[in-house]
Write a protein that binds this ligand. Structure first.
Ligand SMILES: Nc1ncnc2c1ncn2[C@@H]1O[C@H](COP(=O)(O)OP(=O)(O)O)[C@@H](O)[C@H]1O
Ligand SMILES: CC(=O)N[C@@H](CCC(=O)OP(=O)(O)O)C(=O)O
Length: 296
């Protein structure tokens, strides 16, 4: 935690007062927050994150957390002597990997976040896409990025068919904070592993969220020389896809972000979750952080 005794009282008051217009503007609005597995590796940062979520709730916003857990799944697979394989940012998911994904995401990671939010004074409830029929999915048909005539079989990776937000809305209305694991269910009750950024993007659309904030482990989207791109339009993103600037986990992240920006989510940001209280700074101050994704 930062030593705030070093900040002059006048500056402290100024900072607090500056948050007022944002608190007023976003009162009652839904904020979908994607908490990436790569941003949740430090216990102090995790505690800061949980405090930020509770603060947003207490000042009248409706935070909805969607969490990832890629590195945590990788650790569990390694313990079983398995190594994760990714194609175009998606984990190739065989039946055994699916079991690991379910117990790591819905068991360990989700419950850690729920515990921390509750410890910070909030009332978090963990859900997977099965709860309340939230995320219906089917097997993803993955077309090759470079050669559209080629398809990849990525196993039990899910493509979202529909989202029924009823359970999320009911929890919000009752002052709870939903914490959602990106697992969907299929026609025959089978489980699907869905990229958490894609779930966050779709959920933000369905909930008519004001903002989608994706917390990750880079300052934002970087160009080929490593410089931060503060603003990106759909056209600029197409160019970055085409020239290979965007790869790995950033592929589904930008796809989810762009989907939300194009479908009415007012502001979509990819920010550095390694910065203490990054989310609070993004939502409650005038300073711009990370990369803003725009539809045009
Ligand atoms: N152009 C880019 N700018 C920033 N990160 C990129 C870019 N292209 C690929 N990446 C990778 O994407 C990663 C973030 O995605 P991911 O590992 O899935 O994180 P998370 O767990 O937060 O979802 C970065 O750590 C980086 O390695
Ligand atoms: C299909 C697919 O790739 N699913 C992801 C789900 C977790 C996730 O998205 O975690 P991050 O947000 O930390 O990357 C996986 O298995 O890693």
């Amino acid at each position: 935690m930062t030593d705030t005794t070093l900040i002059a009282p006048r500056d402290k008051a100024e900072i607090l007062a500056q948050a007022l217009p944002y608190i007023r503007k976003f009162h009652g609005k839904t904020m979908v927050i994607k908490y990436g597995g790569n941003a949740m590796t430090d216990p102090d940062l995790q505690a800061d994150f949980a405090e930020d979520v509770v603060l947003l709730k207490l000042v009248g916003m409706n935070p909805v957390v969607v969490h990832g857990g890629g590195p945590q799944i990788e650790t569990a697979l390694n313990r079983l002597g398995k190594k994760g394989e990714f194609i175009q940012g998606m984990r190739v998911t065989d039946a055994e990997t699916m079991e690991v994904v379910e117990w790591v995401l819905a068991g360990e990671v989700q419950q850690d976040i729920v515990g921390l939010i509750n410890q910070a004074g909030g009332k978090a409830v963990g859900l997977t896409g099965r709860d309340g029929g939230l995320i219906r999915a089917q097997k993803l048909k993955m077309v090759d990025n470079q050669d559209p005539s080629k398809e990849h079989d990525v196993g039990q990776v899910g493509d979202i068919v529909s989202i029924d937000p009823g359970v999320v809305k009911a929890l919000q209305d009752d002052a709870f904070i939903p914490v959602i694991s990106p697992i969907g269910f299929g026609e025959h009750n089978e489980s699907y592993n869905i990229n958490a950024d894609v779930v966050a993007g779709k959920l933000a659309i369905v909930l008519k969220a004001e903002k989608l904030v994706l917390l990750t482990n880079t300052p934002g989207v970087l160009d080929k020389s490593g410089k931060l791109l503060t603003d990106l339009t759909a056209r600029e993103i197409d160019a970055l896809f085409a020239d290979g600037t965007i790869s790995g986990g950033m592929l589904p992240k930008i796809a989810g972000a762009l989907d939300a920006a194009k479908s009415g989510v007012n502001s979509v940001h990819i920010i550095d979750g390694r910065v203490p209280h990054a989310m609070l700074l993004e939502i409650l101050t005038e300073q711009a952080y990370g990369t803003m994704i725009r539809s045009h």
